[in-house]
Write a protein that binds this ligand. Sequence first.
Ligand code: NI
Ligand code: MN
Length: 228
Amino acid sequence: MQLIYEGHACFRVISQGQEIIIDPYFNGNPLAQHRPEELQPNLILLTHGHGDHLGDALAIARHSGATLAGQVDLLNALDHHGIESIGFHLGGSFHFGPFKITMVPAWHGSSISSSQGALYGGVACGYIIDDGEKKLYHAGDTGLFGDMSMVISRYGLDCALLPIGDFYTMGPQDAVTAAQWLKAEVVIPMHYNTFPLISQDPQQFKAAVEQASDSRCVVLAVGESYQL
Ligand code: NI
Ligand code: MN
């Protein structure tokens, strides 16, 4: 499984020639290194409807023909006419190419900004992505919650992608506790330094994770790739 960090909460996950992109936020992202037109994923996964996660998902789906998947209430609120879509819900899974994708909880909201005001987007979520060899957890936007220890750690995670920005999600201190509970082999921080409000020092987070847990922490620069 290959990971490519595209900044904020956006990762590309590649296995056996199939590519998933999670939360494809390029337009409006000051750290973005790609234009949405350059991406050719097979599947787009959404954690929730906020603009920094929904991002360019519909445009990418339209030009690439990618399938769009997310929580069913979120998809119902989107104009996904002509886009292949998979609306599922917490605890549920589906298979896509080499991947098994499971939706897990996140403590966060979900709405979609529109000219008519905010549209209801259901609940936010995270994902477990299993390509048969490695298990990856994308936490989405979330605060720390106990079921990381009770439910999510049971998957036997190889890698956990955790928000550390604070303000909109948990900050570094709670993310260290998340790392202790999740027991993933590798932890990768995300959702920081995109805006001044979520400024964090990822090297400080790395040192704290490696001191407090058995996980290794890998800090990826935007555009950097990591082989899991
Ligand atoms: Ni959000
Ligand atoms: Mn966010």
